[in-house]
Design a binder for this molecule. Sequence first.
Ligand code: NCD
Ligand code: ZN
Ligand code: ZN
Length: 405
Amino acid sequence: MLVKNAKFFLDGKMTEKDILMEGGRIKSLGHFPGNGMDASGYLVLPGLIDAHVHLRDPGATQKEDFRSGTRAAIAGGITTVLDMPNNNPPTTTLARLEEKRAIASRKAVCDYGFHFGAGTNNFGEIERARPGSLKVYMGKTTGDLFLPDDRLVFLHFQNFPKKKPIVVHAEDQTIIDTEGRTPLAARAAAAKAAMLAEKAGRTICIAHASTAREMELAKRWKKSFVETCPHYLFLNEEKVKRLGNFSRVNPPVRSERERRKMWAALGMVDYVSTDHAPHLPEEKEKGAAGFPGLETSLALMLDAYNKRQIGMEWILSRMCENPARIFNIKGKGKIAPGFQADLVFVDLRKEWKVRAERMQGKCGWTPYEGMALKGKAEKVIFRGELVFEGDAITGKSGIGKEVMA
Ligand code: NCD
Ligand code: ZN
Ligand code: ZN
């Protein structure tokens, strides 16, 4: 397959070339004879990698499953998702990981990997399962995964292979219990996690950083990576107040002042994930915390790019290259010979309105409902095949494969 006249970034510079693909990979870049898909008028990005999603399968497939969730990913220009372990029951044993693998291999329309849950007593299971990534919960959130003391956190930091990432939900439970999910709860846990990681001599990732201070504290240990999510960059307390019972997310969306500080500190962000955490409207009414995000993440960033708030290199590094590097995902995150042929055709001029009813995900609502955005993923090529065009997903269930294994 051949893509003609593709505008894309190559070694940090905008270039225009044809992209020749073979066997699901990029074979070469240049100018080739023959017909192909014309990319004129689009900017071509490598498929995005979202390192933090909750696909709810098994356990809560009314909210999402591996089919609907990976279709939502593709519609948002994301061709690789890393699924979180806070299912019911949690992914804390080899048997449950294998069960998830079986489900994903039947249903997924994009590539996927799994974070394994750090339990209070599952060191043997971790050794047997040899997962590509471990998730540590320092505070309680959706599901039952939670480590009640710092000694357990440190033990996991020590035991898990140092070359593999550990992702930390950093909110301090004692502070949550006394004053709620305040910025202090987040920064105390982030600072503690970074210090324990330094002592253990390992890399960790601070998930869903919601304040600049927290990022700064995490970055005191150079091997700590910082993840943030679009809702901390594009929403504030005031905006989510209008969502009423739908406004809950862990950690919470902060004040406008904190949001601005996040923008001023974008250099400290290593990667952007969605923390796609779908719940049905009736579950939100009862207090479930979490926002869907797969189908709005790239578009929000493109809109910010159009407004000159952010550079395209920042988007490419934080949503493609860095997550590939941090999570040891080989052959992804770049448009270059030998890399997987996952390409997103972006129309930077497309003006559209966010509408939950047009989305692929199951939950049926979005915190960005009605927002006018400029820029959208219009076509997606996955493993060298066109799988998304306009509004239609043509990729078949089961074409996705496991990464990070
Ligand atoms: C997530 C969920 O619902 O799984 N919710 C959330 O508010 N972010 C859990 C989490 O990521 O903490
Ligand atoms: Zn979390
Ligand atoms: Zn999450």
